[in-house]
Write a protein that binds this ligand. Structure first.
Ligand code: NAD
Length: 342
């Protein structure tokens, strides 16, 4: 049983912890955080299903005052695990890395860290084998994780050599106040980092794209224009077949009631998924169109939960639990119940 710890029990960390707890070949040893946040208070109210450890700088008296049990220090947690999933705020993971190195413990960082924090910039489907045995992995960001899932799906089935994307990016997570109360769209300079990141993970694909921040919280939408390798045309039917066969892509239609990002959030809540999470990206069958030699489609990215499966794949790669992407993603998918909607 592989022993795993989670540093930073925020939006991503609590979902990572739940994801690890669902994997029957992994044990969640505990989580670490700095402050008695609402997420930590909710954990306490749920009966402390996960042991809590405090990072340096935490004021234990505040946890004591809130009657939140503390199991030990961050060093105690690091000393008990084979690998840490670091989902502390962007930039903090790089500082935590010194502690992981000192203890000789592997770690997986999230998208807010610089690429230089890790040996391998990782995606469970597109470059799993590069992560085999690596000490430090960095996961792609939420948009890039979902984008690469879909591009890799077409690439494996038919070959892709060029993509152009437009990202309609939710500006904050539900519950956030730090972005203010907004009513405006904001442009990023092109190319968006997600297009650049895709080329780092899939160097044989030329990518570019534009990103528009939008004042919504439930999911990003990305439109993708993809060109088949060597000019080999990918038809709408071919694309649909490939997407339908992928266990982390939920193919839906507007006629079925999936009108947009909010429909996915509502559906996830109707399914009873914790926090309204979805591990899978949504893909509208009625968005798939051909444009000359190109194929175009649109996907929905549930930003809070989409990186969890690939993070778990990262554990499998770093600890060589499975030797290839197909076997590893199949294990992760099995324990998370992915593909069961088909
Ligand atoms: N929120 C998203 O939609 C999203 C999606 C994909 C990736 N990410 C990435 O995941 C990472 C975490 O983002 P988040 O949205 O979960 O942040 P968050 O602010 O919700 O959570 C961060 C948690 O880390 C804790 N923390 C603070 N200092 C710490 C320390 N020194 N050590 C350990 N924990 C500490 C905070 O108290 C908080 O609970 C970032 O790299 C971010 O870019 C976020």
């Amino acid at each position: 049983m592989v022993k795993v710890g989670v540093a930073g029990y925020g939006v991503i960390g609590q979902r990572l912890a739940d994801g690890v707890a669902l994997q029957k070949d992994m044990e969640l040893v505990g989580i670490a955080d700095l402050a008695p946040t609402l997420s930590i208070k909710a954990l306490k109210e749920k009966g402390m299903p996960y042991d809590l450890y405090l990072v340096e700088g935490a004021d234990k008296s505040k946890f004591d005052a809130a009657k939140i049990p503390v199991k030990g220090t961050f060093a105690d947690l690091i000393g008990k695990v084979d690998i840490m999933l670091d989902s502390s705020p962007g930039g903090v993971g790089a500082k935590n890395k010194a502690l992981y190195e000192k203890a000789g413990v592997k770690a997986i960082f999230q998208g807010g860290e610089k690429n230089s924090v890790a040996d391998v910039f990782f995606h469970g489907y597109a470059n799993y084998e590069k992560g085999l045995g690596a000490n430090y992995l960095k996961l792609t960001s939420c948009n890039t994780t979902g984008l690469i899932r879909s591009v890799d799906c077409l690439d494996r089935a038919y070959g892709v050599d060029r993509v152009a994307i437009t990202i309609i990016r939710r500006v904050a997570d539900p519950g956030d106040y730090h972005r203010g109360l907004t009513n405006a769209l904001q442009m990023d300079k092109a190319p968006s980092h997600q297009a650049v990141d895709l080329m780092t993970i899939m160097p044989h694909v030329e990518a570019t794209g534009i990103l528009v921040h939008t004042p919504v919280t439930h999911g990003h939408i990305i439109t993708v224009v993809a060109h088949g390798k060597g000019g080999k045309k990918i038809t709408a039917g071919m694309a649909l077949d490939a997407f339908k066969s992928h266990d982390r892509i939920r193919v839906v239609s507007i006629d079925d009631g999936f009108l947009g990002n909010a429909s996915f959030f509502r559906y996830a809540r109707d399914l009873g998924n914790p926090r309204g999470d979805m591990y899978e990206i949504g893909l509208w069958s009625d968005s798939i169109v051909e444009s000359g030699d190109n194929i175009m489609y649109a996907i929905n990215i549930p930003q809070e939960s989409v990186t969890i499966p690939e993070s778990l794949d990262g554990i499998r790669a770093a600890l060589k639990m499975q030797n290839d992407s197909k076997a590893a993603t199949a294990e992760t998918n099995k324990y998370l119940g992915l593909g069961k909607w088909k």
